[in-house]
Design a protein around this ligand. Structure first.
Ligand code: ADP
Ligand code: MG
Length: 272
C-alpha cells in the first residue's frame, strides 16, 4: 500500500555543522511550543551527546531503546519514543552508542535512508501515537547522522547564532543541502533560518541580523530568539524553557517562532 504524503508527519531537520548555535535549544523549545499550540510533536535526538534528551528530563537509565537501535534497524521509532512532561511532546532519545553507528552501517546500501524508513514505519505502525511534526536534532558535523536527518526531512531549519562568524559556514551548509537534494532526497527544501542568542544592546548582533536578512531574504523568520538566561538555565532542570519560565522572553519568542513555522507549513502544504 502506498503512503499518502499528507498522512506523514512533517519532518524538519535542525542542522548547522557549527556547534553551540542553538540547534538543541531550538529543537526542545520549538517542539514544546508546537505541542503547546496543539501539534503532536516528536523530537528525534540524533546527537550522540544526547543534550535534547537530557534537556527534556530523560535520564540515561530510561534510554533503554534509542535512536541508535532505530538506525541499526533493531527498533521502530515509535517504540523508542518516550513521553515527556509536556503533553503532546515525545522524544526519541540518543545515547553515546550513536558514535559507532556510522562504522556499523557504513557498508549498507540503505545507510543514508535509515531514518527515512523509520519515519515511514511510524506512519504505518504508530496510529495510536501519530505525530504532526518531527524535529530532528542534528550533531554539529556533516556525518552520516546528519545525512540521515537530511534524507528523512521535508525541510531544513537552520539556527544561526548572532555572532561575528554567523555567515561563515552557511554557504557550505546550503551546498550540502543541495547535494543531498540532488542525490538522496528531491523533496528537501530550506524551511527557514532562525537567528538565535540575539542581544539588542550589542551592535554586532544587530549587524548580523541585517547581514543575514540581506543574504537569505524571506527565508529568515521574522522571530529572532533573544539571548536569555532562563533559556540557558532550563536544561539543567531537565525542562524546556517554556515549562521552566513560560513568561521569559526566550519562551515567548519560541511560541512566536512556532506560529511562524506553522504558517509557512500551511503555505508549503495548503492541503495538509
Ligand atoms: P547546539 O545544539 O547548536 O550545539 P545549543 O542549543 O546546545 O547549541 O546551545 C549552545 C549553548 O547556548 C547552550 O549552553 C545553550 O543553553 C545556550 N543557549 C542557546 N540558546 C540560548 C538563548 N536563547 N539564550 C541563552 N543561552 C542560549
Ligand atoms: Mg546540540
Amino acid at each position: 500500500m502506498s503512503i499518502s504524503a499528507t498522512s506523514l508527519p512533517r519532518v524538519l531537520a535542525l542542522a548547522n555543522q557549527k556547534g553551540g548555535v542553538g540547534k538543541t535549544t531550538t529543537a526542545i523549545n520549538l517542539g514544546t511550543a508546537l505541542a503547546a499550540i496543539g501539534e503532536r510533536a516528536l523530537i528525534v535526538d540524533l546527537d550522540p551527546q544526547g543534550n535534547a534528551s537530557t534537556g527534556l528530563g530523560i535520564d540515561r537509565k530510561s534510554r533503554r531503546l534509542s535512536t541508535y537501535d532505530v538506525l541499526i534497524g533493531e527498533c521502530r521509532l515509535v517504540d523508542c519514543a518516550l513521553e515527556t512532561a509536556v503533553p503532546n511532546l515525545s522524544v526519541a532519545p540518543s545515547t553515546l552508542d550513536l558514535l559507532g553507528v556510522e562504522l556499523e552501517i557504513a557498508s549498507e546500501k540503505d545507510r543514508a535512508h535509515r531514518l527515512r524508513r523509520a519515519v515511514e514505519g511510524l506512519c504505518r505502525d504508530g496510529e495510536e501515537r501519530a505525530f504532526d511534526y518531527i524535529l530532528v536534532d542534528c550533531p554539529p558535523s556533516f556525518n552520516l547522522l546528519t545525512i540521515n536527518a537530511l534524507t528523512a526531512a521535508d525541510s531544513v531549519l537552520v539556527p544561526l547564532q548572532c555572532e561575528f562568524f554567523a555567515l561563515e559556514g552557511l554557504s557550505q551548509l546550503l551546498k550540502t543541502v543541495e547535494q543531498v537534494k540532488a542525490a538522496l532526497n528531491p523533496r528537501l527544501t530550506i524551511h527557514g533560518v532562525v537567528l538565535t542568542m540575539f542581544d539588542p544592546r550589542n551592535n554586532l548582533s544587530n549587524q548580523v541580523v541585517d547581514d543575514v536578512r540581506k543574504y537569505m531574504g524571506s527565508k529568515v523568520y521574522d522571530t529572532v530568539i533573544p539571548r536569555n538566561v532562563r533559556v540557558s538555565e532550563a536544561p539543567s532542570h531537565g525542562k524546556p524553557a517554556l515549562l521552566y519560565d513560560f513568561k521569559c522572553s526566550g519562551s515567548q519568542a519560541y511560541l512566536k517562532l512556532a506560529s511562524e513555522v506553522i504558517a509557512r507549513e500551511r503555505q508549503l502544504r495548503p492541503a495538509a
